[in-house]
Design a protein around this ligand. Structure first.
Ligand code: GUN
Length: 287
């Protein structure tokens, strides 16, 4: 039987409507909407699209948003000054500095400069540490979106074998912590894993975030598993530019019991979790 398609777009629409209603209440109670500042340094074409989509999503739910587009040549000091300006700005509850930044800027320093209570990316070491020890914190949006997707599709994690392919700071590492929090048995695989297909075939829930187009094939999937594809890759097919995930979707959907496509799966959920984090940060800010 072909798999259930996990529709991230529809889920995101539903959650954004919930956030829009909560935003109206916030506005009535506090006389201002939640506010998000998004900073982009340089002209990376994909980042420009992501940043525009983030600002659009903010407007849709009624947030205040500010976009700062700085030239590639911006110095680290000027970027730090701008982040510190938003740290002090009472109309701004969340700050996001788009990754990747130009090579002369040390990203870790920038992420540490963002006030941890406004760190809607969940990248500040305080938030990363609090996630590891199970304390209240802001959590990286992509893994949070995946957990929310699994929860709303009632896919169980307790006692299940979850395999995460990829160990990035943005997705893989926080994903491990969130799966542990849900009582899954977690394995993490990466480029040096000896038998990647074999490890993947153990997974009840397989989460793939490696940035390699259609890398995970049907023979790496246990029949009946849930597959979450985090990849966003652009390839040329039949002379056309097409977007594909890290999983070979057409063959995987014949083996899995549920699968999130790319596009239309994790992507819309990520931006939705950014809105959710911003609302959370705003509630803390007014307290
Ligand atoms: N670039 C790709 N994904 C992300 C993200 O989640 N946050 C930021 N700041 N930059 C990104």
């Amino acid at each position: 039987m072909p798999a259930t398609i996990i529709d991230g777009k529809a889920l995101a629409r539903q959650i954004r409507e919930e956030i829009r209603r909560d935003t109206e209440i916030f506005l009535r109670e506090h006389g201002r909407p939640p506010g998000l500042a998004v900073i982009l340094v340089g002209d990376d074409p994909a980042s420009k699209i992501y940043v525009r989509n983030k600002a659009r999503a903010c407007n849709e739910v009624g947030f205040f948003s500010r976009q700062e587009h700085l030239p590639e040549s911006t110095s680290q000091k000027d970027l730090i000054d701008l982040v510190e300006f938003f740290n002090r700005d009472n109309l701004i509850d969340g700050i996001l500095v788009q990754h990747p930044m130009p090579k002369h800027i040390d990203e870790a320093t920038i992420f540490r400069t963002v006030d941890s209570r406004k760190d809607v990316d969940g990248f500040h070491p305080l938030n990363v540490g609090n996630l590891c020890i199970g304390q209240e914190c802001l959590v990286s949006c992509t893994p949070m979106g995946i957990i929310e997707m699994l929860r709303r599709y009632e896919i169980p994690l307790l006692g299940k074998r979850a395999v995460v392919v990829g160990r990035s700071n943005i997705v893989g590492k926080p994903m491990i912590q969130l799966l542990l929090r849900e009582h899954a048995t977690v394995t993490v695989c990466h480029s040096r894993t000896v038998d990647l297909p074999g490890e993947c075939r153990n997974a009840d829930v397989l989460i793939v975030a490696i940035g390699k187009p259609e890398f995970v094939r049907a023979d790496s999937i246990k029949p009946g598993a849930t597959v979450i594809d985090v990849g966003t890759n652009f390839i040329k097919r039949n002379g056309k530019n097409v977007q594909v995930g890290d999983v070979a979707f057409e063959e995987a959907k014949e083996i899995a019991s549920a699968i999130s496509p790319s596009p239309g799966g994790v992507g819309p959920m990520t931006i939705t979790m950014l809105l959710s984090n911003t609302l959370q940060a705003a509630r803390w800010h007014v307290k």
